[in-house]
Design a protein around this ligand. Structure first.
Ligand code: FAD
Length: 487
């Protein structure tokens, strides 16, 4: 009857599956978050995600205190540790003499390995580990084909998802009425919470970005998005327009409940609102890639379809130099460079641009998609192994339901189509701001007089293109032809 709630990627009080079960089934519940040294130690000392988590953990602590106080419980709150979670959770469970630890599923391979170790150590001490689905609507093998197999193609998955969905799966897990089970913090654990510097991290520019943290930040973004969701289907592809929800980082760290979002979207979808239907589809893509990772974990390092592992990408010094130019936004293709400036300066990148830069890296520069995947994993504040891997394999045509390999984005056409007035480009590449709407997508084609007037000196104030798209395209078709020749 004593339980420990272990928060991970579910940093909220309301509608939290594991917290609900812990409070409902135990007489006394402590709550813990571990800043896991095994995850944090390899990271650079300034990382927006650590700061996002830190701020959200502070809010979670305040939320648990307030929840306890409303029910006459004093000194409830969050125990915050800085240690290796796989050793610390069993240690804490022993110290608090709990009979069970409650947590929510995390299906990333490293998390599964950690949880298996924790389970073993807890079992040794006679403590149970209860894990719950919380992060997605349907997971693992919940949505299967008629033949009982996991789906590898999105549209039939989505149709099956929509057939299966009903209010039961979207209902919030009530927490308030069970709050009296929150236990007071032991004296030794009621000290001030660690600061960023205690964790050995510097602060970043996060607080200057329009990326509010914590459960309250998520609700602010959600309220704003609800004003625009009707136009989502038409606005979502234009990076200069405030089209999407910007909720990905909140979904990543669970500062918002996916059930709350999917339930809103589903109701509006049933009323026939197109924007909501398209947005619901995006949430279903998220479930789709999570079940891909859970059912086909080889995707972490290999192509979803093995024949694509035969494709040979560029390597050596030249490839390294091209890759560095891509990372630093020096390719000479303005939309690509502006997109890379966005991820480097803010940790976010618009979905259309993720597709454009990923395609450019793989199909214009001939570089292994895994290099790009790794770079995104370092930089994206919403980095999520399942969605990132899925997105990269889609762009590289190696994945499930991927872009066919012979379909190759033209970075200039994409720019003309999705940033027609060059508004997004001008925001991130002010050195090109003086060019006309027609010239800004491909400055090397601009008349000399216009370049002079706009004070653009190619090769000096802005690079010349590092590849010729037409030539690169032919090379890519050859590179991928091995797949066709595969038995
Ligand atoms: P919205 O348009 O408001 O969409 C709502 C939510 O749906 C998102 O928050 C996200 O959780 C989910 N979603 C939307 N599109 C996708 C998608 N294609 N796949 C899976 N889920 C989706 N998304 C991540 O969350 N983390 C990643 O690391 C990530 N890496 C990507 C890498 C590449 C190469 C590509 C092409 C896409 C990647 N995406 C990733 C998907 C998508 O770009 C982002 O989810 C989206 O841009 C986040 O912005 P938003 O919250 O405003 O999205």
């Amino acid at each position: 009857d004593r339980g420990l709630m272990w928060f991970r990627r579910d940093l909220r009080v309301q509608d939290n599956a594991a917290l609900h079960h812990a409070l409902k089934h135990c007489r006394q519940v402590w709550c813990v978050f571990v800043f896991d040294t095994e995850i944090l130690d390899p990271l650079p000392r300034a990382d927006r995600r650590v700061e996002f988590i830190h701020a959200s953990v502070l809010e979670l602590d305040a939320g648990l205190r307030a929840l306890g106080a409303r029910h006459g419980r004093e000194r409830t709150g969050l125990i915050v540790r800085h240690a290796a979670a796989r050793e610390d959770i069993p240690r804490l469970a022993r110290q608090l003499h709990v009979q069970a630890v409650f947590t929510n599923h995390d299906d990333e391979p490293a998390a599964l390995a950690r949880d298996a170790q924790v389970l073993g150590a807890l079992a040794h001490a006679g403590v149970m580990l209860h894990s719950h689905k919380d992060h997605v609507i349907f997971e693992r093998r919940e949505v299967l084909t008629q033949a009982g197999q996991p789906f590898g193609v999105f549209t039939p998955y989505k149709n099956a998802w929509l057939r299966k969905i009903e209010p039961f799966f979207l209902k919030a897990y009530p927490v308030d009425k069970y709050a009296p089970a929150l236990a007071p913090l032991p004296d030794a654990m009621d000290g001030p919470l660690p600061r960023m510097s205690d964790l050995d991290f510097e602060t970043t520019n996060l607080s200057k970005l329009p990326m509010p943290t914590g459960a309250s930040g998520a609700q602010t973004l959600l309220a704003d998005f609800m004003e625009r969701i009707e136009r989502y289907d038409t606005a979502r592809d234009f990076p200069a327009v405030k089209g999407p929800s910007y909720l990905s980082v909140h979904l990543r760290f669970g500062t918002v409940s996916v059930r709350q979002l999917a339930s809103l979207a589903w109701q509006m979808h049933l009323q026939g609102m197109k924007g909501a239907s398209t947005w619901l589809s995006e949430l279903i893509w998220r479930d789709f890639y999570h079940q891909i990772l859970a059912n086909f974990p080889h995707v972490v390092s290999k192509a979803f379809r093995p024949e694509y592992d035969k494709v040979r990408f560029e390597h050596g010094k030249h490839a390294q130099a091209l890759f560095a130019a891509w990372c630093e936004g020096r390719t000479g293709y303005p939309l690509v460079d502006a997109a890379m400036a966005q991820i480097n300066q803010t940790g976010y990148m618009h979905n259309r641009l993720r597709m454009v830069v990923a395609s450019f890296l793989v199909k214009d520069l001939g570089i292994d998609w895994r290099w790009g995947e790794r770079y995104f994993a370092e930089k994206l504040i919403d980095f999520d192994l399942a969605a990132n891997n899925g997105g990269w394999q889609w762009a590289a045509s190696t994945g499930c339901d991927a872009q066919p390999w012979f379909r190759i984005f033209n970075p200039v056409t994409q720019s003309e189509k999705f940033d027609p007035q060059g508004k997004f480009i001008r925001r991130y590449l002010p050195q090109l701001a003086g060019l006309s709407d027609a010239a800004i997508h491909a400055p090397w084609k601009a008349p000399e007089l216009e370049l002079v007037a706009a004070d653009v000196r190619l090769g000096q104030t802005y690079p010349n293109p590092i590849v010729d798209h037409a030539i690169a395209r032919e090379r890519t078709l050859e590179r991928y032809a091995v797949v066709k020749r595969c038995p």
